[in-house]
Structures are given as structure tokens and as C-alpha cells.
Design a binder for this molecule. Structure first.
Ligand code: C2E
Ligand code: CA
Ligand code: CA
Length: 797
């Protein structure tokens, strides 16, 4: 097929080239038609115009019509009407020129690939712009090409069907992919319009193809995204949704909703409120409030609630919703995701259970108790806190061993639980401490009844201790709000009351009183005692006692110190009275006895055979007949003769309960233990008890020794005490010897033993060997200084 070039087209500027070529295409049409059909071009114009007009109308009717297309339609309509009018009104040449101009304008405006195909599907001609779209050098490059060959596979069949349809006079369409001359695939949306001869029959087919590659790519992309989205939604067990702003319908609801709510997406589309039916009725208000909040405040949020899907087990779900706002800032829709969080919820419940449960007894623990107290304080209604502390459980723990003691604790906790009224809250605070919350605390008698029933339950427990006694407890009761308005004050008040019960002889209960709260500092020190014993915070220091002339160390006095983690090395004056008050002195005293004798045995084994030890015994210890056992056991355990031990008792301790003291002392003396009256001269100084208690030693109080030189009367009294001791067959020991003249006067007075800072301060056991030992030649510098009666003397410790 030869190429017809319109005059002036070659070398035309790029912008004009298209229109010049279109003019060429048009004249080609006109000439080709005339030549092929053997008619004049005028006859050929009519079918061509009809074809172009029909094409434009089809173009208009399709959705993808562009503004340019619309203009084309107007132009074509004008051409059709105008041509008829022109035929009459103008001359032949003028009509031809006008027609050419109009059709040219139409082609110029067109953005499609226009092709005229012969009845065999061969390209008679392609528009300039079409050639450009096909990346051809020009229309000639494609002239004669078989349009049907452009397509492959199923598209080739569709292309042929569309082409044949057009040959039969129908307007057909077809979409397919064919490559450009550069090999780049493009998607074409083609319309095929039959071009009829004026005399009837088909001249050819006009094929107008729109390059829709970009749109097709976008559509494919969108489809892929949609597919990915629905795959994800289907496989991730989450319910994604987009809800209308008034929650009346879903724009979108994912397949995952079936796994969360047990409701299919189609059910929810039909009946958007169906999911609310599976929410537990008691949780519906929470959900509704959350929905309302989003609608009103335009702020998203997260809500957890329970559902019962398909009549099955209750499950926890969590819904996170975000409002999408329109330009005016109003909620346009609500999007969100709902997921099943049952497993997480169960884990949280389990963690909560572990955090608030005592592992041994399964009861609530201290944290749970504190939470319980705080809740009740917030409710502001009267309630009582009972602090239950088992008596002497530490001793049991030591004798039974931990496993058996734990078993006993568990069974005791069950006994306490069984004795409580319904609704009472029982917690174990740790060790042998329990606490009970009673919600109605108006009636003190009622509370007393409950405390008695706890004590009774423990008494009746079938588990006697190895000592044959039953476990008892001391109970302190504090009441909200009288004894405190927060958990700390209430616990402290109950704790103090519990110690008051212990002081009153144990196995009883006490109500808290406000005065007691003032003694909180003492109390705190005291509360640490069992822990201190367990943690070995008590230590013994030893102060030597010497023969005054030779300065031989005859014995040592054991003096306790508390290495307190917070208070440092606490002296005995501070804590002994507290231990005495609380009764802990018995436990601590037993430890002192054992430790002092253990240490003495070690020293004796290391060569200090004649060394003795003095141990202080308080009034409270003397009241407990068990002291005889404690002493005897310790002596035997360490293989020491009773004579190596001296017990120091104060006058006041002896006078507290003289008969009981006398009995205990007699038993101790029968063991062979020596007895010293400590701080002699400061107490009753009743000469009667010297006969009654028949001690072995009088320890003259250091207040006398301090005034020995300065006060002649005191000097006489001290000499008198020493003589009295000797007359009764006792020995005398002077305490608090600080200066050499005191030592000289005591030597003159025939004092048997001396003790004081001049010779040695109390020292740690490992330092005792560094001092002079029995028979090791004690006349060191101290002795020489003393003989010279010099003033300043260096202390040995
Ligand atoms: P205490 O039995 O009269 O013990 C002697 C106290 O006098 C000791 O004080 C000792 O350090 C101090 N002292 C010794 N020589 C001198 C001196 O030359 N000058 C002065 N100013 N003081 C001197 P510590 O160790 O503070 O003991 C105080 C009290 O605590 C003891 O008085 C005793 O009653 C009691 N205590 C100590 N250990 C125990 C114990 O294991 N059990 C009991 N129940 N009471 C103990
Ligand atoms: Ca003493
Ligand atoms: Ca003393």
C-alpha cells in the first residue's frame, strides 16, 4: 500500500505534524475509497462520515468518554447536518474543503489509535497519533499489517469475534493487550465500527483503540491489594470493620468477624446489631458507653468485654475503634478491629492470682490484704482488721524443721478459716502471721467472739507441738476508722494490739487503743527480733574479769549487741527492756546462753582451761522455769562443767517474784551453776535475800566504784560490802574500774575480782585472746602503771 503524503507535511514543525498527517490520512481515505469502489470521492464521503459520526456516538455512549470526545460528537453532528446543507449551498470544491477541514479537526482532537481495516483485517491506514501510540516511526510502518495477528491466546479469538461482528454490520468492542512496535505491552480498549459503502455492503472496519494501560495497571494493583487484604482478613483471626457514624450499618466487615463473634460478615451486613446480642448482658452498658463516647467526643478508644459466641464458653474480646472525621470535623465513620483476648486475659488473671496469693496456704497474701483494706477504706464503712500471730512459732519451726512446720501452718490456716464467719477475708502475711478482715465492726462483742473462736479453733487443732503443747496465738484488733483510716495505720494499730496480747501472757486478744500507737518506735525495733535471730544479727562481746593483784583473767562477761541493719550496733540498754516487755528475751536469752558456752568451750579447748563465763539473766527470764532446761542443755551440748558458768541477776529481778525466783534459783544452783547479784547496792539491798538466794558473788555497782576515791562514805560502804561478802562466804567483784587509784583501793580492800575499762572494754570474741589470758603473766603495762599509782592509763581496748 502506497503512502500518500499531504502537501506541506514533510518538515513541518512537531506541533503541526500531527494535523498535517491527519490531513494526509483523510485524503488517503477519500482517494482510496474512490479508487477501490470506482466511484467519485463525493460518493465515498457519505459512508465515511456516517462511520465517523457513528463512532463518535458510540464514543459518547461509553463511560470513558472524555471532554474531547464530547466535543467530537458536536463536531460530527455539525458535519452530518452541515454536509447536507453545504451540498446545496456551496460549490463542489468548497464542500470538499469544508468536509476535509472538519474531519481533520475531528481527527486532531482525537486521542485514540484510529485504524481503517480492510475486510481481511489488514491495516489500510492508521492515524498519525495512533502510530505514535504504537511507537511506530509513522503510519507507513504499520500499513498492511494484519490487525488480527496483534493478539494472542484467548484475546486473538475475542479480537476475531469483534472484527467479524463489525464486518456483519454491528458495532463491537474488545479489550486486549498487544505490544507496541517497541515491544512494550499496552492494553487497548477497542471499538470496531463497520464502514459501509453507500451502495450497501461493508467497505471495511474503523477500529478506535484507547490506550488504557495505566488504568488496567491501576485496576490490577487494586485487585491485588484487595485480594491481599481479604486473604489477610480471612486468615488473621481479627474482625476489621468500618461502621457508619451512627452505628447503623457496616461499610465493611471482614471475614475474621466469624472467628471472633461467630457471626458471618453477611449476617452482620444484614443485621448490623447482631454482634451486640452475643455480648454478655452485664457488659453491654460498657460497650454502649464506649460507642457513645466515640460518637460524642470524636476520640478513639479501647474496650474489653465478654461475649458468648454460638452459645459456647465466655470469651474476652477487645475492640479498638478510631473515628474518621469529615472535613467539618464530624465523625464520618468509625473504623476498628476487634480481637479475641481470652488467652491474654487468662494469663493476666493467673498473674494476678499469683501476685495476690500466698503460695503455701493458697490464702490471700499481704498485697491482697492491703488491697482489701484500701478498698474498704474507700467504701468508708466500718470494718475490723484482726492481726493473728502464732505464739512461739519460731521455736516450733526450729524443732519441727521447715517442712513439718509448713505443713502445720497450712493446717492451722484451714482451722482459722473454718472458725471465721461467712464473708470474712483471711490472708497470710508471711511466717506465722495471719490477718482477717471483718466487714461489720459496729459490735465489739461480736468481734471479740470471732477472736475467741479463732483461738478456740487453734486450741482444738489435732496437731500438738513436739513439746506436747498446742499452738496458741495472740490477736490484735484494729477498727476502721477509729484506729486508722489507711492500711498502714490500721495494720500498725492491730500489730501493737497483738503485742499487747502477747505481753499479757499470749493466747489472747486485744483491741487497739490510740495511746499504743505512740510507742511505735519501740515496737518497730521489737518487731524485728525474730528476723534478727534468724539473720544472726545478735552478737556477743566479752568483757574480762581479773584477779586484782596478778591481773590474771579469770572469766569473761558476755554482753549482747544487736548488729541492726538500719540502726547499726545497738547497745543492750536500748533493746533489752523491749525484749523483756515483749517476751522475746526468752528466745534471745536462750541464744545468748548457748553462744556464750559454745565460745567458752572453744577458748577452753584452745588452752584457757580455767576460764569461766558470766551470763546476764533478766527478770523475765527468771520467771520462765524453762531457763533451767536451757542452761542445762547448753552446758551439756558444749561439754562444760556447771561451775564454769555464772549467772548475773539484778536485785530487782530477784525481788519481782521472790518465791518463783527462789525456786528457779535453787534448781539452777542444784545444777552447780554460780549466781552473782548484779549491780549490787542499787536495788533493794535487802540483806534478807542474801540469805534466801544464797548467791556466790556480789557485783558492786559501778556507781559506787566511780565515787570510791572522792566519797569517803562510799569508800567505807564498798569495803563493808566486801567484808560482808567474805563473812557470808561469797566473793566480791568490782564493776566499772576506770582509773588506777580505784584498782589500788580495791586491792587494799581485799576485793576478789575487778572489771572495767581500765583493764578492758567489752571486745569481740576474737580480740579476747589478744588480751592477757589466765596464767599468761597478766602483769603487763597496766599492772606496772597500777603499782606506780600513775594517773593516766592506756585502755587495753
Ligand atoms: P551490766 O550487766 O551491768 O553490764 C556491764 C555494763 O557496764 C556493760 O554495758 C559494760 O560495757 C559496762 N561497763 C563495763 N566496764 C565499764 C567501765 O569501766 N565504765 C563504764 N562506764 N561502763 C562499763 P553494756 O554492755 O552496755 O550492757 C548494759 C547492760 O545490758 C548490762 O549491764 C546488762 O544488764 C544488760 N545485758 C547485757 N547483755 C545481756 C544479756 O545477754 N542478757 C541480759 N538479760 N542482759 C544483758
Ligand atoms: Ca552484768
Ligand atoms: Ca552490772
Amino acid at each position: 500500500m502506497s503512502h500518500q503524503t499531504a502537501p506541506g507535511s514533510t518538515g513541518a514543525p512537531r506541533t503541526n505534524q500531527g494535523s498535517a498527517q491527519n490531513q494526509g490520512f483523510l485524503s488517503f481515505f477519500l482517494h482510496a475509497c474512490a479508487k477501490h469502489a470506482g466511484v467519485s470521492w463525493r460518493d465515498a464521503v457519505a459512508p465515511l462520515l456516517a462511520a465517523v459520526g457513528a463512532y463518535a456516538l458510540v464514543h459518547l455512549s461509553l463511560a470513558s468518554v472524555s471532554a474531547l470526545g464530547a466535543m467530537c460528537v458536536g463536531a460530527v453532528a455539525a458535519v452530518v447536518v452541515g454536509t447536507l446543507a453545504l451540498r446545496r449551498a456551496l460549490g463542489t470544491t468548497a464542500r470538499h474543503d469544508a468536509t476535509v477541514a472538519l474531519v481533520k479537526a475531528l481527527l486532531d482532537a482525537n486521542r485514540e489509535c484510529l485504524k481503517l481495516l480492510d475486510p481481511n483485517g489488514r491495516l489500510l491506514r492508521i492515524s498519525e497519533y495512533g502510530a505514535e501510540l504504537m511507537r511506530a516511526a509513522g503510519p507507513d510502518q504499520l500499513a498492511g499489517a494484519d490487525w488480527l495477528d496483534f493478539w494472542s491466546g484467548s484475546e486473538a479469538i475475542a479480537a476475531r469475534d469483534a472484527f467479524e461482528g463489525a464486518l456483519q454490520g454491528s458495532r463491537t468492542s474488545f479489550t486486549g493487550t498487544c505490544p507496541t512496535t517497541a515491544g512494550e505491552p499496552k492494553v487497548w480498549q477497542s471499538r470496531l465500527i463497520p464502514v459501509e459503502r453507500s451502495g450497501g455492503g461493508i467497505y471495511g472496519v474503523l477500529c478506535a483503540s484507547l490506550d488504557v494501560t495505566k488504568e488496567a495497571e491501576l485496576a490490577a494493583d487494586l485487585r491485588a491489594k484487595e485480594a491481599l487484604m481479604s486473604e489477610m482478613e480471612a486468615h488473621i483471626g481479627l474482625c476489621f470493620y468500618s461502621y457508619s457514624a451512627d452505628f447503623s450499618y457496616f461499610h465493611h466487615i471482614s471475614a475474621g468477624c466469624a472467628s471472633v463473634f461467630g457471626l458471618s460478615a453477611s449476617t452482620l451486613r444484614e443485621r448490623p446489631e447482631a454482634w451486640m446480642d452475643v455480648v454478655l448482658p452485664e457488659d453491654r452498658p460498657i460497650v454502649q458507653a464506649a460507642m457513645q463516647r466515640i460518637a460524642e467526643t470524636s476520640v478513639g478508644g479501647r474496650t474489653q468485654y465478654r461475649i458468648r459466641a454460638n452459645g459456647g464458653a465466655i470469651r474476652w474480646v477487645q475492640s479498638t475503634a478510631y473515628p474518621i472525621l469529615d472535613a467539618a470535623g464530624k465523625v464520618a465513620r468509625v473504623i476498628g478491629v476487634t480481637e479475641d483476648v481470652t488467652a491474654e486475659q487468662e494469663r493476666l488473671v493467673e498473674l494476678d492470682r499469683l501476685a495476690y496469693t500466698d503460695s503455701l496456704t493458697g490464702l490471700a497474701n499481704r498485697a491482697a490484704l492491703v488491697r482489701g483494706i484500701e478498698e474498704r477504706c474507700r467504701q468508708d464503712t466500718s470494718f475490723a482488721l484482726m492481726f493473728v500471730d502464732l505464739d512461739r512459732f519460731k521455736v516450733l519451726n526450729d524443732t519441727l524443721g521447715h517442712t513439718a512446720a509448713d505443713r502445720l501452718l497450712k493446717s492451722l490456716s484451714e482451722d482459722i478459716q473454718a472458725s471465721l464467719p461467712a464473708g470474712a477475708f483471711l490472708a497470710r502475711l508471711g511466717g506465722d502471721e495471719f490477718a482477717v478482715l471483718i466487714d461489720d465492726a459496729q459490735d465489739k462483742d461480736h468481734l471479740a467472739g470471732i477472736a475467741k473462736s479463732i483461738l478456740g479453733a487453734l486450741r482444738q487443732t489435732g496437731e500438738p507441738t513436739p513439746a506436747g503443747t498446742f499452738v496458741t496465738a495472740s490477736i490484735g484488733i484494729s477498727v476502721f476508722p477509729e484506729n486508722g483510716a489507711d492500711h498502714e495505720t490500721l495494720l500498725t494499730s492491730a500489730d501493737i494490739a497483738m503485742y499487747a496480747a502477747k505481753k499479757a501472757g499470749r493466747n489472747g486478744f486485744r483491741f487497739a487503743d490510740q495511746v499504743a500507737t505512740g510507742r511505735i518506735v519501740d515496737f518497730r525495733l521489737e518487731r524485728d527480733v525474730p528476723a534478727a535471730l534468724a539473720a544472726k544479727q545478735f552478737v556477743l562481746h566479752y568483757q574480762p574479769i581479773y584477779q586484782p593483784h596478778s591481773l590474771e583473767m579469770c572469766s569473761v562477761e558476755a554482753l549482747i549487741r544487736w548488729r541492726h541493719p538500719a540502726h547499726g550496733l545497738v547497745p543492750p540498754d536500748v533493746f533489752i527492756p523491749i525484749l523483756e516487755e515483749s517476751g522475746f528475751i526468752n528466745e534471745v536469752g536462750a541464744w545468748v546462753m548457748d553462744e556464750a558456752l559454745r565460745q567458752l568451750a572453744q577458748w577452753r579447748q584452745s588452752g584457757a582451761q580455767g576460764l569461766g563465763v558470766s551470763v546476764n539473766v533478766s527478770a523475765r527470764q527468771l520467771r520462765d522455769a524453762a531457763i533451767v532446761d536451757v542452761v542445762n542443755t547448753a552446758l551439756r551440748r558444749h561439754g562444760l562443767p556447771a561451775s564454769s558458768l555464772q549467772l548475773e541477776l539484778t536485785e530487782s529481778a530477784l525481788m519481782e517474784n521472790p518465791e518463783l525466783a527462789q525456786r528457779t534459783l535453787r534448781a539452777l544452783k542444784e545444777l552447780g551453776v554460780r549466781i552473782a547479784i548484779d549491780d549490787f547496792g542499787t536495788g533493794y539491798s535487802s540483806l534478807r535475800y542474801l540469805a534466801d538466794f544464797s548467791p556466790d558473788t556480789l557485783k558492786i555497782d559501778r556507781s559506787f566504784i566511780a565515787r570510791l576515791e572522792s566519797d569517803f562514805a562510799i569508800h567505807k560502804i564498798v569495803r563493808g560490802i566486801i567484808q560482808l561478802s567474805h563473812a557470808l562466804g561469797l566473793t566480791a567483784t568490782a564493776e566499772g574500774v576506770e582509773y588506777p587509784p580505784q584498782l589500788r583501793l580495791l586491792r587494799d580492800a581485799q576485793c576478789d575480782f575487778v572489771q572495767g575499762y581500765l583493764l578492758s572494754k567489752p571486745v569481740a570474741p576474737e580480740q579476747v585472746f589478744g588480751l592477757s589470758i589466765v596464767g599468761s603473766g597478766a602483769e603487763g603495762n597496766v599492772a606496772s602503771v597500777v603499782t606506780q599509782d600513775a594517773g593516766a592509763v592506756p585502755h587495753t581496748a
